[in-house]
Ligand binder design. Sequence first.
Ligand code: MRU
Length: 362
Amino acid sequence: MDNVKVKEKADIETILFDDDRSSLIIIDQTQLPNETKYLHLTSQLQIWEAIYELKVRGAPAIGIAAAYGTYLGVKFSAADDYDSFYDEFIKVKKYLASARPTAVNLFWALDRMESCVKKNKEKAIAEIKQALLNEADGIKAEDIWVCKSIGEYGLTLIKPNDGILTHCNAGRLATAKYGTALAPIYLGHESGYNFKVFVDETRPLLQGARLTAYELNEAGIDVTLICDNMAATVMKNDWVQAIFVGCDRVAANGDAANKIGTSAIAILAESYGIPFYICAPTSTIDMNCGTGKDIQIEERMPEEVTEKWYAKRMAPVGIKVFNPAFDVTDARFITAIITEYGIARPPFKKSLREIFACKKTD
Ligand code: MRU
């Protein structure tokens, strides 16, 4: 990618859009924590690649990046009638939708951009383009208040000095600001709550070690990194009073897909009597998806398991590898789902419907 800038200091701004330069500016998350490199993405191709390669990642951030991607994809369209403009838009939309399959925020954001095109059908093409930019800006702005609200609800479930375990990265780097699972931690930290946060390193791509440990540390929060297989030990030692994780898609019955390894933590949490909370904006809840069985789980390259991060290969050449990027935590292991409209508790079929009813009257 061209036009790469390197910043000295990690002032975490995950996604910025510069319309004058037709450029989506992201931190390249594959380079963290060693380097804070900003990438300027100027086409839907570059945005697709950034999402696919996890340069930008985390369900809400993927949705925001894709929304800007549709705008960039048609910004210089020469179409002068609505039908040909719409056809071009749909091509861009379909292309971006193919980047990753699990996080529903991607499809949610793309559908929202399509509705924006349709709503503005009667307008001039230049005005439709402007409406698309406004919509993408709106998706990003909304994500900030959504995460803050999740943080405020989440904070009511914990108390000062609590130990909190989290998995993967559902923080600032995964959203426009605050994060989802990390939002209660950031808000509590501002009020002097003095949490002790345990972060699973999150094999195989190490989002916990590289990203969560990094951003919490930068914020001055007490954070301890553990390997994934140490979670039972910190729970048994009574060091964890609550678990907060993010999510890529919640089904209507409360089953929740998140980073691989999440389900095992939930099962352990039940065994040790520790509350297990899923933090999910309503844009992550897919009421069209009946249960977790309907969620498509991304499978990634074997190299992520066998050699990535190692100085030399750590498995026999040609060994069979199973590398699902996500797993589904069964609703029965989830204490509550924290959304921007409130806290949903079991039975989730009913409580999630109530959350969406609040959203409608908002
Ligand atoms: O593969 P990733 O890094 O995109 O996976 C991210 C997660 O699993 C997050 O927990 C989830 O997207 C929520 S981000 C607020």
